[in-house]
Design a binder for this molecule. Sequence first.
Ligand code: NAD
Length: 417
Amino acid sequence: MPTEKLNPFKIAQQQLDTAAKILNLDPEIHQALRWPMREIHISFPVRMDNGKTKTFHGFRVQYNDARGPCKGGIRFHPEETIDTVRALGAWMVWKTALLDLPLGGAKGGVICNPKELSDYELEKICRAYIAQLAFALGSDKDVPAPDVYTNPQIMAWMLDEFQKIKGSHDPGMITGKPLAIGGSEGREDATARGSLYATREAAKLLKLDLKKATVAIQGFGNAGYFLAKLCPEILGAKVVAVSDSKGGIFSEEGLDIDKVLAHKKKTGSVNCFPKTKKISNEEILELEVDILFPAALEDVITKENASKIKAKILGEAANGPTTPEADEILYKKGVFVIPDFLCNAGGVTVSYFEWVQNLYNYYWELDTVHKRLETKMVKAFKSVVETAKKYKVNNRMGAYIVAVERVAEAMKLRGWV
Ligand code: NAD
């Protein structure tokens, strides 16, 4: 659990404060942007397989909708807190603005451990979560998506519950759905694909020879697995280390990712994959690699370990992996950081494509999704780098400046401030 000092929401506010100072942001807009516009706390009893009921607690934070309906994933995690959800909601606002999507930002979560739940219990939690929040959701209000420990099946149950309550179809009320019920081609690997497009642009800037480059990835879920899988195809680089919550593996020759996945499916972890060296989740961050992708949870790169990061490019596939103090250290060290709300924006971008397809009920080919995603990612990447250069700040601040200016303009036009 993040300590008070590493409270993700405090970090998100601190990042905004820094951007506001650089931008000379109108104090009234700054004040309004420091807090979520609306947050809903829910509790609901669920009858478990043992016949007893258990009460779960959850949240939905609708941070800001000046640019369009709120958009953001739902996490199921035993250590979920309102402050994590607030921070993630804020980062969604900046992410949709940076990618110039006509959406606001939100996030949701349920405090639970899916690893300890049966499928039946999980389904009941999903349905109860939606039943409590249906009044606040919808394709024109707030559109959830998958995040940590939630997946397309969970989106399908949630959509079904929502439609039962409303008595009508609204596939655009949630994204990251399976294809058969209105999902988009290319959504599954979109986060990783977007990160890799951004990393390729960073490598061009740094003149890094990707064919000789090595990659380490912390986290082996949706973001981390597809990063590993697509790395050779999009970057031509070699993945030498991956990890999950139980630890990591390293092989100088490179990992066969399909085999690692099969091993994880069989044993529950990437650990003990044959012919690899066991490494910890701390060690994986400090490996001698060219590119490092934290793709698990927040606050993993701190002032304690930032100076030990050896990667030339840090692609923040996870949300909030780097604390502000660590950011400073990395900037001084010359590590090229692709900040989270740029690096992992591929997910929400294809979620946006999914929402668009749902709204006009006409579906695109995979190739169209990939091309449009690439265009969006490259454009956003360039805007961040140019802005960082113009203001002589790090890439994270570059991204903040682009995003905050866009949200502030929408708030002013609406007459909110
Ligand atoms: P996931 O649930 O699919 O996978 C999470 C992975 O992290 C698992 O492999 C798990 O074992 C690992 N993990 C958990 N605790 C860990 C720890 N302490 N150390 C190392 N590994 C640990 O989740 P995901 O969707 O891949 O999300 C990962 C990160 O990417 C999160 O920060 C999420 O917010 C971000 N993200 C995901 C998406 C998306 O589309 N899935 C989009 C944007 C951002």
